[in-house]
Design a protein around this ligand. Structure first.
Ligand code: ADP
Ligand code: ASP
Ligand code: MG
Length: 411
């Protein structure tokens, strides 16, 4: 007997029929003698609908009240799934985040899980219940409902698995595992049998939204056995296992995958005095406005001045330009502030980079051959990222996928 946490995403619970399918899958695991805890998302499209509704009332919804509204999506799913499980003849009980108690900090719309009180769940499991928990939501120390950021149900699933010391956390979604890149963009993408935790962390942080980055962080921290599987296949097979060892990979590719992010916007402050404190004077006010900065590049100064570029999420572009033009440019004596919100980031990721040279030059050559201009570059030990014009994004991903031998052989 094993204790398994299963998480089902929006598409997987997108209709009553699909919810019944989930219940049938859970029933199979129960029939094999396992204990099952299920975390679910809102039905597909529901979270977007709720956010749009809130914006009709308030252009910039109050974060506390927005969480009250958007958390309802998951509450509907848990009730429906518990009913579907009962219809399968199982004992089932649903819990909201508050009822469990999934305690979070108070950062509305992007809260972090602090602890999970798993006692009631354990008692229910011991009494043969299937426990269904609302993903994406928690409660802070003052009793306010919080949510965990888009895609946050993955994190609920993994955090539950960690708290319960589960044998495995299975993330059921609309693809049958983690692919070398998004299979919706590159049909030749291949499913990976396994990917190291480190690589998955990079992929998730660089834009592969198949797993929310915090869920991967949790899995790493608490050594949760994490697997991504299809909820649509009767027999989902082995999906993709996130592993902690690098040397058990049969595939041994240098590059494991290509991640991309369409939401990158680039800003350059031109003619910045080249002296101590400038980076802080540019980015301090941006940070104060709670805007995340991603890539940062400062050129080598000539004639006492230099250019300073960085990227932010596209949704923060206008606000950042405003801050720079009105608070920073005059203050530091910069020549101009220019920006481009139609940029995208493409990254190649792989632990094999540690032991191989020439990956960067191969990447740059491949892009050059297609006439794709690289606007910014950043690297770490296991990834290389470039910022390019958004209109070349799909082409760049496809040619890199091929150049690094990731295309399926029979495609
Ligand atoms: P869910 O609603 O189940 O959480 P998501 O839409 O959040 O599903 O995540 C699954 C989607 O992630 C897939 O449909 C796929 O388009 C996308 N995706 C992006 N990168 C990858 C990748 N490397 N491997 C698999 N899927 C990916
Ligand atoms: N329903 C939430 C969202 O759409 C959480 C999730 O699906 O993981 O982001
Ligand atoms: Mg998701």
């Amino acid at each position: 007997m094993a204790l398994i946490v299963q998480k089902y995403g929006g598409t997987s619970v997108g209709s009553p029929e699909r919810i019944k399918n989930v219940a049938r899958r859970v029933a199979k695991f129960k029939a094999q003698g396992h204990q099952v805890v299920v975390a679910v998302s809102a039905m597909s499209g529901e979270t977007n609908r709720l956010i749009a509704l809130a914006k009709e009332i308030q252009a910039q919804p109050d974060p506390r009240e927005l969480d009250v509204v958007v958390s309802t999506g998951e509450q509907v799913t848990i009730g429906l799934l518990a009913m579907a499980l009962q219809a399968e003849g199982l004992k089932a009980k649903s819990y909201t985040g508050d009822q469990v108690k999934i305690l979070t900090d108070s950062a509305h719309t992007k809260a972090r899980i602090l602890s999970i009180d798993e006692q009631n769940i354990r008692t229910d499991l011991a009494n043969d219940y299937v426990v269904v928990v609302a993903g994406f939501q928690g409660v802070d120390e003052h009793g306010n409902i919080t949510t965990l950021g888009r895609g946050g149900s993955d994190t609920t699933g993994v955090a539950l698995a960690a708290a319960l010391n589960a044998d495995e956390c299975q993330i059921y979604t609309d693809v049958d595992g983690v692919y070398t890149t998004d299979p919706r963009v590159v049909p030749e993408a291949r499913r990976l049998k396994s990917i190291t935790f480190e690589e998955m962390l990079e992929m998730a942080s660089l834009g592969s939204k198949v797993l929310q980055i915090r869920s991967v962080e949790f899995a790493g921290k608490y050594k949760v056995k994490l697997r991504v599987l299809s909820s649509f296949l009767e027999e989902p097979g082995e999906g993709t296992l996130i592993t902690f060892e690098e040397n058990n990979k049969m595939e041994q590719a240098i590059i494991s995958g290509i991640a991309f992010n369409r939401d990158e916007a680039k800003i350059t402050v031109l003619g910045v005095p080249d002296k101590p404190g400038i980076a802080y004077q540019i980015l301090g006010p941006v940070a104060d406005a709670n805007i995340d900065v991603d890539m940062i590049i400062q050129n080598v100064g000539t004639d006492g001045s230099t250019d300073f570029s960085f990227t932010v999420n596209r949704t923060d572009f206008a606000k950042t330009m405003d801050i720079l033009k009105n608070q920073v440019q005059g203050h530091i004596g910069a020549r101009a502030v220019v920006g481009d919100s139609k940029t995208a980031k493409v990254s190649v990721v792989g632990v094999g980079m540690r032991s191989h040279v020439g990956i960067a030059s191969q990447m740059f050559r491949t892009l050059a051959e297609e006439g794709i201009n690289i606007q910014m570059i950043s690297t770490s030990e296991i990834k290389i990222s470039v910022v390019i014009d958004e209109k070349y994004l799909e082409l760049a991903v496809r040619v890199l996928h091929k150049a690094f031998d990731l295309d399926q052989e029979d495609a």
